[in-house]
Design a binder for this molecule. Sequence first.
Ligand code: MN
Length: 242
Amino acid sequence: MEKTRRDFMKTAGMTALAGSLIGSPLFTAGQVSAQDAGAPSSIELPPLPYAYDALEPYIDTATMQIHHDKHHQGYVNGLKAAEAALAEARDKNDYAMIEYWSKKLSFNYGGHYLHSMFWEIMAPSGNGGGGQPAGLLMQYIAKDFGSFDNFKAQFTAAASKVEGSGWGVIHYRPMDDRLVIGQIENQHKLAMWGSTPIMGIDVWEHAYYLKYQNKRGEYVDNWWNIVNWPSVSKRFRAAKGV
Ligand code: MN
């Protein structure tokens, strides 16, 4: 049997040494792991940046509570479970379930990433939410879609027509310095490599069904009232590096 790093460390009596260094400045996250199979993720559920009822009447309080506290927490838990399972696989050198856990990792990380963005790019209507973007973001929308109305129409159609569960997302694509509108299926499929989502609407049924039932289009239309354009602009500038 091939000697693993774990075997080597045991043979060399280094496990105890590594253990004694936990907490030392030498062992910081992302540099050297104090664990044989690698350090666990530090990802946690972020708090909502406003009250559960802040987005009423466009998104109801109960939906926000369940969506943030149960669904988003579930993706964080799923991410941790996938990473723990992969650490165990490394530890045992047993990759029989590698396909399953690799998929779970992508799905749950996608869920965490997109929901973290979703809370951030909404705000109460008339108090940060709604209206139109300004400045450089508006210039890029005009450059890449012709007008804000064109952009809004394409985004609304893309979000409303996602097949099954997913998202409508606008990405910044640095390769040719453009904004592009895409659909995401589930939490992770149809991703565009190298591009950064700067805004997105969750069109899973859990995001709207309590209030809107089957009327996804009405939910998407109403959602424009709570888009936090200053926050989207901030994400755009961060992605563009300006
Ligand atoms: Mn969701």
